[in-house]
Design a protein around this ligand. Structure first.
Ligand code: ZN
Length: 140
């Protein structure tokens, strides 16, 4: 465990047609945010998510080409190989109210998006974890 504090709160929008993950990643990279969390709402034209198969240790793609409402999108910002890394999860609802959810990958085409980024003091670097096959927080 570690402790931190909120340094600044940034907020912004992602423009129509932009890639959600790429836009948020450039936002935090330009502002040199090394640790933080993000909350985001809006809508997507296309959705590209992933589900991590814990047994095979691979990400499986989840795609949706119909517009969805972003019911919830939450994530964190840490460092991976010294660069800001955005880890985002999202739940999107379709026209009939059914939802898809998962780990956000490139390919989410924004209809509209509003977000807050809470920048925290300190840094956390991600490190490859043999047991899970994931790059997890290295708190040692
Ligand atoms: Zn994830």
């Amino acid at each position: 465990m570690r402790e931190s504090r909120i340094e600044r709160v940034h907020f912004g929008t992602v423009e129509y047609g932009e890639d959600l993950l790429r836009s948020i990643t450039s936002f935090v990279s330009e502002r040199k945010i090394h640790l933080g969390f993000i909350v985001l709402l809006g809508g997507l034209r296309k959705t590209s998510l992933a589900y991590y198969d814990q047994n095979e240790k691979v990400f499986r793609k989840i795609s949706c080409d119909e517009p969805v409402e972003i019911v919830s999108c939450y994530g964190n910002i840490t460092l991976k190989d010294g660069n800001p890394h955005v880890h985002l999860h999202l739940i999107g609802s379709k026209g009939d109210g059914s939802c898809i959810g998962g780990h956000v990958t490139e390919g989410c085409e924004v209809f509209a998006a509003e977000f807050f980024v809470f920048e925290l003091s300190g840094e956390v670097e991600r490190k490859y974890d043999e047991r899970t096959g994931l790059y997890l927080w290295d708190l040692r």
